[in-house]
Design a protein around this ligand. Structure first.
Ligand SMILES: *Cc1c(COP(=O)(O)O)cnc(C)c1O
Length: 377
């Protein structure tokens, strides 16, 4: 048996390994009294921009705000259609509805869990104004054709990069770009369990265009460019200095964290190779995978029984996501077919995510693998 309780994400051990640096940086902010938009925020925005090779990074209060501010900054109007995958976290579609735009929910590829240019193209109408691809579970959506499609139809692309920070996408000509830097605006979340997680809430928007960057900044700051002169209705959304200082340190470890996660994923893949009922996560050939989640498909109809079985062995697991967005009361008005989206329906019944994080111990992972295998014996 494993002495310590197994967790989906072990934030405690991760902190212990960098505790000295983190403690010093937090105290430095406390002592500086520059709690709002202080040097720590400027430093982190700059360092993240350098890491992502993008012109502008603007921290904000959380990932949901980042998506909302992006939609506001692009000047979308009530009733405009925004295409979004139905197999995602609710926040992606929620902000579209909140702004009285119309979320048009589409299906995903059942193997990569991401949407595709083909699925998007079918959903484009004269009212379509934007697409929000979600780089789900840690690998990039296949962006090249989507970018071309957006260009041809004059559509904005807002990338929901909350789960894939650090992943690389390779274009046919060999150009490599970080997820979140390919569309008009990239959005991310620093929720503690995300791949680059703060010790509280946080988020950021990335973009290359100076004009869009000005709009994002203005909207996040009550619609003002000059203090007390409000040009548009905005919001108040800031990344606080303490979180920025923490993130600045964790950013230095991000590539190591991504490779630790990839190693855990590889060990799971090998462990489950012989289990016919399980489909291990398929890799998008032109993207690296930073494994925000390690998500299996249970193909013999026993997903819920597996989860129960693991719970009895004190192994946590999660279902991301159990109910397609269009079946949620909040989103029903945006979906007027009784058909459902085939891959989203299947995935809702089949997916299960296992513990994965940066400090996984091999004995713990061995126990998880053996337990999953023993269920299928
Ligand atoms: C976490 C997440 C968000 C929202 O981020 P918050 O910081 O919690 O607001 C949005 N989209 C996806 C895909 C996410 O995983």
């Amino acid at each position: 048996m494993i002495a310590r309780k197994i967790q989906m994400v072990d934030l405690g051990s991760q902190y212990q390994n960098i505790a000295k640096e983190i403690d010093e940086s937090v105290l430095a902010v406390v002592r500086s009294t520059q709690y709002i938009n202080g040097p720590a925020v400027k430093s982190f925005n700059k360092n993240l921009a350098d890491y992502l090779k993008v012109n502008h990074v603007m921290g904000c209060a959380n990932g949901t705000d980042a998506l909302q501010i992006a939609l506001m900054a692009l000047g979308l109007k009530r009733g405009d259609e925004v295409i979004v995958p139905a197999f995602t976290y609710a926040a992606t579609a929620e902000v579209i509805g909140l702004l009285q735009l119309s979320p048009v929910m589409i299906d995903v590829d059942p193997d990569t869990f991401n949407t595709t240019a083909e699925l998007i193209e079918k959903a484009i109408t004269p009212k379509t104004k934007a697409i929000v691809p979600v780089h789900l579970f840690g690998q990039s959506t296949d962006m090249e054709d989507i970018l071309a499609l957006a260009k041809a139809h004059n559509l904005f692309i807002i990338e929901d990069n909350a789960q894939a920070i650090g992943a690389d996408y390779t274009f046919k000509d060999g150009t490599v770009k970080k997820t979140g830097t390919m569309g008009h605006v990239g959005c991310t979340s620093f929720f503690p369990s995300k791949n680059l997680g703060a010790y509280g809430d946080g988020g950021a928007m990335f973009c290359n265009d100076d004009e869009i960057a000005d709009n994002l900044k203005m909207i996040a700051n009550h619609g003002q460019k000059k203090r007390y002169y409000h040009d548009v209705i905005g919001v108040n959304s800031r990344l606080d200095s303490i979180q920025a200082a923490i993130l600045d340190i964790k950013l230095r470890h991000l590539d190591q964290y991504s490779s630790n996660r990839a190693q855990v994923a590889k060990t799971y893949d090998e462990g489950f190779e012989s289990v016919a009922a399980l489909q291990t996560p398929k890799r998008q050939h032109n993207s690296t995978h930073v494994f925000h989640q390690y998500t299996l498909r249970v193909k013999n109809g026993k997903r819920n029984e597996l989860q129960q079985y693991l719970a009895e062995k004190e192994i946590p697991s999660m279902i991301y996501y159990p109910i397609p967005l269009y079946k949620q009361d909040a989103f029903k008005e945006f979906y007027n077919s009784s058909q459902g989206l085939p891959a989203t329906e299947i995935l809702s019944d089949q997916v299960i995510s296992l513990p994965i994080h940066t400090e996984m111990k091999s004995d713990v992972q061995g126990y998880i693998i053996d337990s999953v295998k023993s269920f299928f014996k």
